[in-house]
Design a protein around this ligand. Structure first.
Ligand SMILES: Nc1ncnc2c1ncn2[C@@H]1O[C@H](COP(=O)(O)OP(=O)(O)OP(=O)(O)O)[C@@H](O)[C@H]1O
Length: 252
C-alpha cells in the first residue's frame, strides 16, 4: 500500500509584521510514513515540532513543499473539502485533552460522528466499542470534570479514532499527566497502533513516551537531524533516545 503520510521539501516561513525578522520554522523537510507506523517527533524547544504537526494536519499552510495524507495532496483540497477531510481522515489528541465540559465522555467521543450525521445506531455501536477498548465504558455518562486526567485522555484518544481516520496526530499527549497515567495512555496508543493498525504521529518532549514509538524523527532548526528505529526493546530504545537528546543539548 502507498504511504499514509508523504512530506516533500516542506518549508514554513513565518513573516512578522513591520519588516521584523522572518523565522524559517521548517526547512525542506521530507519523510514518509507507511500505514500502521508509530512515529515520534522530538527536538529542542522552537525546533519546529508544533509547526510540523499543524502543517501536516492542515491547521496551517506551508510556505512551500507538499503534504499528502492517504494519497490526498492537502494543497489541492478546497477549503470545504479540507474541513471535511480533516474531520474524517485526521484524528487529534491534545496535551490538554480538549474535551467539551458540557458533554459526557460518551457524547464527547460521539461528537465527530454526530457532526458527520452518521446514523444513531452506528454511532452507538462504534462509540460503545471504542469506550470498551479504552477501558472507560463505565465512565460513559460522567462529565470530564468528574474523571482523572488519564481517563480524559483515554476519552480523547477514543474520540480521535472514532471516525477511523487515516492518521492520528498527538501533540504532547502525556504532557499534563502524572507518570502512571502517562504510561497508561502510552500503552493505549501502542494498543491502538498494534491492534487497530492506526498510523500515529506524536510530538513529545518526553523520552519515556517516545520510547513507545517505533521510529523517532529528531528535528533541529526546522530540519530533520536524525531518525532512529526501535529494535523492539523499549528500555534499550529509551536509553538510545536519552543519549541522542543529551548530544543534541550539548550541540545547542
Ligand atoms: N505564529 C508564529 N509567528 C511567528 N513565529 C512563529 C509562530 N509560531 C512559531 N514561530 C516560531 O517558529 C519556530 C518553531 O516554533 P514551533 O512552535 O513549531 O517549535 P516547537 O519545536 O514546537 O517548540 P516547543 O517545543 O517549545 O513547543 C520558533 O522559532 C517559533 O518562535
Amino acid at each position: 500500500m502507498n504511504d499514509m503520510i508523504q512530506v516533500e521539501n516542506l518549508t514554513k516561513v513565518y513573516r512578522s509584521f513591520k519588516g521584523a525578522k522572518e523565522v524559517k520554522a521548517l526547512d525542506q523537510i521530507s519523510f514518509s510514513a507507511a500505514p500502521g507506523e508509530f512515529i515520534g517527533i522530538m527536538g529542542p524547544s522552537g525546533s519546529g515540532k508544533t509547526t510540523l504537526l499543524n502543517v501536516l494536519s492542515g491547521v496551517d499552510h506551508p510556505s512551500s513543499g507538499e503534504v499528502a495524507i492517504a494519497g490526498h495532496a492537502m494543497d489541492k483540497l478546497k477549503r470545504d473539502e479540507l474541513a471535511l477531510f480533516r474531520r474524517r481522515k485526521i484524528g487529534y489528541v491534545f496535551q490538554d485533552f480538549n474535551l467539551l465540559d458540557s458533554l459526557t465522555l460518551k457524547e464527547n467521543v460521539a461528537l465527530p460522528l454526530i457532526l458527520d450525521r452518521v446514523a444513531p445506531r452506528e454511532i452507538e455501536q462504534r462509540v460503545d466499542e471504542l469506550m470498551a477498548f479504552f477501558g472507560i465504558a463505565d465512565l460513559a455518562n460522567k462529565y470530564p470534570y468528574h474523571v482523572s486526567g488519564g481517563q480524559k485522555q483515554r476519552a480523547a484518544a477514543a474520540r480521535a479514532i472514532v471516525t477511523n481516520p487515516a492518521v492520528c496526530f498527538a501533540d504532547e499527549p502525556t504532557g499534563n499527566l502524572d507518570s502512571k497515567s502517562a504510561a497508561d495512555i502510552m500503552e493505549m496508543l501502542t494498543q491502538m497502533n498494534e491492534e487497530r493498525a492506526s498510523t500515529i504521529l506524536m510530538v513529545t518532549h518526553d523520552p519515556f513516551a517516545a520510547s513507545y514509538c517505533k521510529r523517532i524523527i529528531f528535528i533541529k532548526d526546522g530540519q530533520i537531524n536524525l531518525q532512529i528505529q526501535s529494535a523492539g526493546d523499549r528500555k534499550a530504545f529509551f536509553d538510545q533516545i536519552l543519549e541522542i537528546l543529551s548530544v543534541m543539548r550539548g550541540e545547542a
